[in-house]
Write a protein that binds this ligand. Structure first.
Ligand code: LLP
Length: 402
C-alpha cells in the first residue's frame, strides 16, 4: 500500500481506518470484466464496509447492492444505487422491513425459508403488490473455510434445500402476489477453493433448468459472494477462472448473473492504524499496548483471524510479543506470539487487510468512540467518517437520565 500512514496520523490522529478507493475500483473492474461475456450485476455486499462514501464509490462504478437489513437498503439508496439493483437477503427479515422493501420496489427479496415466503406473500397481498422473489438454496456443500463464515451446509441456518425450494417456486408461480425472478446461493466467505463454488453453482443452475421445464423461468442467478483476499499468504482464486467456472455451468441458460462480493472488493483496500501507548513485560511475556482495540477491529478476537502487522519504526531487532489493546479483556488482542520490533511511545502500528468486516463490526465497548475513516483516491486523502466523540456516544441516553 502506497499510503503515508504517518502523515494521516498527524492530520487525523489515531486510531483510524484508511481505504484506497483506487484499489476498490481495480477489484470491481476486474470482476465485472471477467463476466463481460454475459449480462451481469455485481451487487456489493454492503455489510463488508457500509461507509456511505465506499458504497457511493462502488455505485458510481455501476455496482448494485446486496443488503441484509432495511438500514443497508437505505444506505444504498441514499448514495444513488437504483432500486432495481438492490437485493434484500437474510434469514430473519422482520415484517416492517419486508413491507418497506416492497414499497421501495427493489429488484428482489431473497427468501430464506418457506415460512418467510408466506410472510412476504401476506404482506405483498396487504399492499396489493407482486413481490419479486429469489430463493436462497442451501446446496449442502462444504466451502472449506472458517466454520463461523461457512453458510452452505445443511447444518447452517441459511437457505432451503432443493426440494423445499422447488415447492416454494411452485407456490410463487401460483400466487397473485409473488413473482419468482431469481435464485441464489452463497456457501461462505473468504473462499480460496474454486471447486466448492463451482459445485454449488452447478446445483443451482441444474435447478434453474428443472424449473424451466415447469414453466418457471428465472431472470437472475445469484452466485453469492465469498471470494477470499490476502491476509497472510493465501493463494487466491483468479477472477477469470472463477467466472469461467461459473459460466460453464450455465450453458444454454439465458439468465443474468448476479454476484455479491463484499470482502474481495474492499478488504485489501483497507488498513487500520493505531499508535503504541506502552510496552510491558509480564513474567517472560512481552506486550505492546496500542490505542486501537477489539471494539475497533474484532476479527482476531472473534475468529482468531490474522491480519499482517507492521510497526513503523527503524528498529531491526524483532522479538516475540502480543499486540493488544486497552480493553479490559484478555480477548482484546490483534496478534499473539508475533515477532515485532522494540517500540516507543507513539510509534504507528498498521494492521493490513482491514477494509472488510472491520469497521462494520466495531462497537462502543468500554465507551470508546468509533474511529475515523479516511479515503485515499488519486493520491488525495479525505475524511469519510468523523471520529466519534463522547457526546456522540451518549446522545441517545442523555435525555432519559432521571
Ligand atoms: N452474500 C451473502 C448472502 C453473505 O452472507 C455474504 C457474507 C456475502 C454475500 C459477502 O461475502 P464476501 O464476498 O464478503 O465473502 N464477519 C466475517 C464475514 C461474514 C460474512 C457474512 N456474509 C469476517 O469478518 O470474516
Amino acid at each position: 500500500m502506497n499510503i503515508d500512514f504517518k502523515e494521516l496520523a498527524n492530520k487525523y490522529q489515531t486510531p483510524y481506518y484508511v481505504y484506497d478507493f483506487d484499489h476498490i475500483t481495480t477489484q470491481y473492474e476486474s470482476l465485472k470484466g471477467a463476466f463481460k461475456a454475459r449480462k451481469s450485476l455485481i451487487a456489493y455486499a454492503v455489510k463488508a464496509n457500509s461507509n456511505l462514501s465506499v458504497i457511493k464509490h462502488l455505485a458510481q462504478l455501476g455496482a448494485g447492492a446486496d443488503c441484509v437489513s432495511i438500514g443497508e437498503v437505505k444506505r444504498a439508496l441514499k448514495v444513488g444505487i437504483v432500486p432495481y439493483k438492490i437485493i434484500f437477503s437474510g434469514v430473519g427479515k422482520i415484517d416492517s422491513e419486508i413491507k418497506e422493501a416492497l414499497e421501495l420496489d427493489i429488484l428482489m427479496i431473497n427468501v430464506e425459508s418457506a415460512a418467510e415466503l408466506n410472510r412476504v406473500e401476506t404482506i405483498a397481498k396487504e399492499l396489493d403488490k407482486k413481490a419479486r422473489i429469489s430463493i436462497r438454496v442451501n446446496p449442502n456443500i462444504d466451502p472449506q473455510t472458517h466454520p463461523y463464515i461457512s453458510t452452505g451446509l445443511h447444518e447452517n441456518k441459511f437457505g432451503v434445500d432443493i426440494d423445499t425450494a422447488k415447492r416454494m417456486y411452485i407456490q410463487c408461480k401460483n400466487s397473485d402476489n409473488l413473482d419468482p425472478v431469481g435464485i441464489h446461493c452463497h456457501i461462505g466467505s473468504q473462499l480460496t477453493e474454486l471447486t466448492p463454488i463451482k459445485e454449488s453453482v452447478k446445483i443451482v443452475a441444474d435447478l434453474v433448468r428443472n424449473l424451466s421445464a415447469l414453466n418457471i423461468d428465472l431472470s437472475f442467478i445469484d452466485i453469492g459472494g465469498g471470494l477470499g483476499i490476502v491476509y497472510d499468504d493465501e493463494v487466491l482464486i483468479d477472477v477469470n477462472d472463477y467466472a469461467q467456472s461459473v459460466l460453464e455451468t450455465m450453458f444454454g441458460l439465458d439468465i443474468t448473473i448476479v454476484c455479491e462480493p463484499g470482502r474481495s472488493l474492499v478488504g485489501n483496500s483497507g488498513a487500520f492504524v493505531s499508535k503504541v501507548l506502552y510496552e510491558k513485560v509480564n513474567g517472560s511475556k512481552r506486550f505492546i499496548i496500542v490505542d486501537g482495540a477489539m471494539n475497533d477491529l474484532i476479527r482476531p478476537a472473534l475468529y482468531n483471524a490474522s491480519h499482517k502487522v507492521e510497526v513503523l519504526n527503524d528498529n531491526k531487532e524483532f522479538t516475540d510479543c502480543n499486540l493488544v489493546g486497552p480493553i479490559c479483556e484478555s480477548g482484546d488482542f490483534f496478534a499473539k506470539n508475533i515477532e515485532l520490533p522494540q517500540t516507543e511511545h507513539n510509534d504507528l502500528v498498521v494492521l493490513y487487510s482491514a477494509g472488510a468486516y472491520c469497521f462494520t463490526m466495531a462497537s462502543n465497548y468500554n465507551t470508546r468512540g468509533k474511529v475515523a475513516e479516511i479515503a485515499i483516491e488519486d493520491g488525495k486523502d479525505r475524511l469519510i467518517r468523523k471520529r466519534e466523540t463522547f457526546e456522540d456516544i451518549i446522545a441517545l441516553e442523555e435525555e432519559f437520565i432521571k
